[in-house]
Design a protein around this ligand. Sequence first.
Ligand code: AN0
Ligand code: CP
Length: 318
Amino acid sequence: MRKFTTVHDIGDLKQALEKAQFVKQNPFADQDLGRNKTLLMIFFNSSLRTRLSTQKAALNLGMNVIVLDINQGAWKLETEKGVVMDGDKPEHILEAIPVMGAYCDVIGVRSFAQFQDKDYDYNETILNQFIQYSGKPVFSMEAATRHPLQSFADLITIEEYKKTARPKVVLAWAPHPRALPQAVPNSFAEWINATNYDFVITHPEGYEIDEQFVGKAKVEYDWRKAYEGADFIYAKNWAAYRHPNYGKIISTDRSWTVDSAKMALTNNAYFMHCLPVRRNMIVSDEVIDSPQSIVVPEAANRVVSAQTVLKEILKDNY
Ligand code: AN0
Ligand code: CP
């Protein structure tokens, strides 16, 4: 594996899940693989889980780790090509990326959608520049359109908790006061579509995600029907995708908040969320504090997904 940005990079999904189980059960089996290899993690946006779990995964593999927060202490980076740099940005990403590549063996990048230009976001302009100019294997730590380390961890978690071969998994939109990227729902849909699960996406009208991610999922605008008989409720907010509302909040309807009444419609479903989550906006205290909430084991599996991916990258490139 030279890059990890979508579900397609992981190869056969069943084998990837088996590799993940091995990593989970034998976290220190490959301590020599990363010896004298350096992971550089670049953050254009905030993080708690990705920062800690990816670092922990690298340490388990014997790697050294350097972390750079672009917005805290680094030069502000120009990302547009061909501009006269007479503004507030002293460095261009075209020099910064190969320089960063010179200091490491593997690069992880977090760079959210900016919601100023749909094409700029959906072409993964920043992530692709890292792939093109760093000279090193690159993996996404949530880019503009996808969050594959999260989705891989989500799938590992569902496989651990599912009680039937083909669970009903529901991606459920919930309200939020700020405009959030579509990366998590896009990516979750992309990974779940690669399984044989019964997959339903529910959201208010106007919140349709890009069709390339919807795939074979059933889109259900009536949350009652979607929640009925569900085995997993995967809650998430996202901003509108479709023109002319790209990146905008078009509803904060709290009747979509995941609460006990909704969970009562399900097949005693597990509650999942990638975190961070706003309590009593996305989900009621009662639901997230209930035994059906698996948000912490889900987050713990981020070490497993990151370690499985890093291991493949190290094995294939060094
Ligand atoms: C981000 C998002 O929704 O994409 C990161 C989630 C992992 N969340 C926030 O910005 C609150
Ligand atoms: N779920 C997730 O990626 O969390 P962070 O934004 O804290 O890394």
